[in-house]
Design a protein around this ligand. Structure first.
Ligand code: CTP
Ligand code: CA
Length: 229
């Protein structure tokens, strides 16, 4: 028997989820990156797939396994992450949970940078990375019906996230407190607020899997397809 429609409310919908950090080469052996574990993004990919969506997970380098039931594309840099998102073609849902490095080396060295006697430490000129969330949010026929971003903030969480939603042009922002007191990087739990055009919803502190399930349920509801229970 086919599962009840209420159990696969996102059947027929295509989604892209970004997850993990990006890695920006300084030279062939060194890079710029951050502490993202990929746990939240991977859990969202799984949750969307569990509700029936066809999911492409575009993941930076992480130590966790590829989720079953999801097509995972592995990338290093932000440029590669953007290209992989665009290569997914027409999608209905984009969730940008990756911690994309804001900057990359302007001119990565082709060979390992060596110390030379008496030489001052080299300086690394940085240049901005493409903004994947803002790119996917651009109005046009290709725009996914629903684009969701994250906002990792250490202060003025909700105000910064409301501002971020406007600037990026996305539909929803999941605002995420990453202040040292809360410390979500690598942890199993997350305290988030869901920010949309209609306001701010405070969610209780939940396991990352529960945040993911709740977000996926809200996404199904957005498409007019409530989940069971
Ligand atoms: N993001 C992205 N591409 C970037 C930078 C960020 O897709 N180059 C996405 C993240 O995946 C997240 C959202 O944008 O969904 C917000 O990321 P965040 O780092 O909080 O915002 P920034 O705009 O980079 O601002 P800042 O780091 O200065 O707070
Ligand atoms: Ca950033």
């Amino acid at each position: 028997l086919a599962p009840a429609a209420a159990e696969r409310p996102l059947a027929g919908k295509r989604a892209v989820v970004t997850s993990g950090p990006t890695r920006e080469a300084i030279d062939p052996v060194r890079y710029i990156s951050n502490h993202s574990s990929g746990k939240q993004g991977h859990a969202i990919a799984s949750a969307l797939a569990a509700l029936g969506a066809e999911v492409t997970l575009v993941s930076g380098p992480v130590s966790i396994a590829d989720p079953p039931g999801v097509t995972t594309v592995h990338v290093d840099s932000a440029d590669q992450m953007l290209a992989a998102c665009l290569a997914a073609g027409r999608i209905d849902i984009a969730v940008c949970a990756a911690a994309v490095a804001d900057w990359k080396a302007a001119r990565p060295a082709g060979s390992k940078i060596k110390k030379k006697a008496g030489m001052a430490p080299p300086s690394i000129e940085l240049t901005p990375n493409p903004d994947i969330l803002a790119t996917l949010s651009k109005p046009g026929p290709q725009r996914p019906a629903l684009v969701v971003g994250f906002a990792a903030e250490t202060e003025n969480l909700v105000a910064n996230a409301i501002d971020k939603r406007q600037r990026k042009g996305c539909d929803w922002i999941v605002a995420n407190d990453v202040s040292p007191a809360v410390g979500t990087f690598g942890s199993e739990r997350n305290t988030v607020h869901l920010i949309s055009a209609s306001g701010v919803e405070d969610w209780p502190t939940l396991a990352k899997g529960e945040v993911a399930m709740r977000l996926a349920g809200r996404i199904a509801l957005h498409f007019g397809r409530p989940t069971k229970a």
